[in-house]
Design a protein around this ligand. Structure first.
Ligand code: FPP
Length: 236
C-alpha cells in the first residue's frame, strides 16, 4: 500500500446502479423486473455499507434524462418509489438510517413525492447512516439550479462567487463529497451524476449488474478504494 492510500473506509460512497434492464433480459423477464430487483438491492447494500463503516451512500435512481424512456417504464419506476418507501421505512428505523433525496423532486408525481416526504420525515432523526436517493437528478441541472438559487438569493455573499459559495447552493451542501463512486454493469462514464461532488472521487467499475451486486462485491470495491493513491492534485 502506498503512503497516500486512504487505508480507511470511504466516508461517502456514490453508486450508479446500472444494468437492471440487462439483468432482466438475461432471465427473459421484463425490464420492470430488473428495476424491482434493483430497488430491493438498495437496502441490502445500504445495510452492508453501514456495517462496514461507511456513513453516507448516494444512489442514482432516476436521471433528468430518464424521463425520455418509454412511458410505461417511467410510470413503473415512479410507482416503485412509494413501494420502496413503504417497505423500507421500518428497516431504516431499525438500522438507524436517514433517507434524503437530491434532484428536481418537484417534477415527480404527487404520490411519489408524498411517499418520499413521509419517509424523509420519519427517518430524519436517524444518525447512523444517510441514504440519499438521486431522483430526477442531473449534475448539469444541479449546477444550473444552484446558480439560479444564488442569483435569486438577496442574502448571497457580496463579491465574486467562490467555489465554497457555489457549493453551498447545491441540493445537499451538508453532505461530504463522495470518496468512492461505484458503477455497476461495466460502462465507463459518469452519465451526468454528481459532476461537482465527484471531482476527486475514486472510480470503481464492475461488470456485475446492479441487482446482482452483493455485499461481497461492495467489500471488493471498498478494498480497492483503500489501496488507491489519493493526491487531490498535489505531489505527495
Ligand atoms: C439503470 O439500469 C437503472 C436505472 C435507470 C434505474 C435505477 C433504478 C433502480 C435501481 C430502482 C429504482 C429505485 C427506486 C427507489 C424507485 P438500466 O435500466 O439502464 O439497465 P440497462 O442499461 O441494462 O438497460
Amino acid at each position: 500500500m502506498s503512503d497516500n492510500s486512504p487505508r480507511t473506509i470511504p466516508q461517502h460512497v456514490a453508486i450508479i446502479m446500472d444494468g437492471n434492464g440487462r439483468w432482466a433480459q438475461r432471465r427473459g423477464l421484463p425490464r420492470s423486473a430488473g428495476h424491482f430487483a434493483g430497488a430491493k438491492n438498495i437496502s441490502r447494500i445500504a445495510n452492508a455499507a453501514a456495517k462496514a463503516g461507511v456513513k453516507y451512500m448516494t444512489v442514482y435512481a432516476f436521471s433528468t434524462e430518464n424521463w425520455k424512456r418509454p412511458k410505461d417504464e417511467v410510470s413503473y419506476l415512479m410507482r416503485l418509489i412509494p413501494h420502496f418507501c413503504q417497505r423500507q421505512v421500518k428497516d431504516m428505523m431499525k438500522h438507524n438510517i436517514r433517507l434524503r433525496t437530491i434532484g428536481r423532486t418537484n417534477d415527480l408525481p404527487d404520490f411519489a413525492r408524498t411517499a418520499l416526504l413521509d419517509a424523509i420525515e420519519k427517518t430524519k432523526d436517524n444518525t447512523g447512516f444517510t441514504l440519499t436517493i438521486a431522483l430526477s437528478y442531473g449534475g448539469r441541472a444541479e449546477l444550473t439550479d444552484a446558480v439560479n438559487k444564488l442569483l435569486q438569493d438577496p442574502n448571497r455573499p457580496a463579491g465574486p462567487v467562490t467555489e465554497q459559495t457555489l457549493a453551498s447552493y447545491l441540493y445537499a451542501p451538508d453532505l461530504p463529497d463522495p470518496d468512492l463512486m461505484i458503477r455497476t454493469s461495466g460502462e465507463l462514464r459518469l452519465s451526468n451524476f454528481m459532476l461537482w461532488e465527484l471531482s476527486y472521487a475514486e472510480l470503481y467499475v464492475t461488470d456485475t449488474h446492479w441487482p446482482d451486486f452483493s455485499e461481497e462485491d461492495l467489500q471488493k470495491a471498498l478494498d480497492a478504494y483503500m489501496h488507491r493513491n489519493r493526491r487531490f492534485g498535489e505531489v505527495k
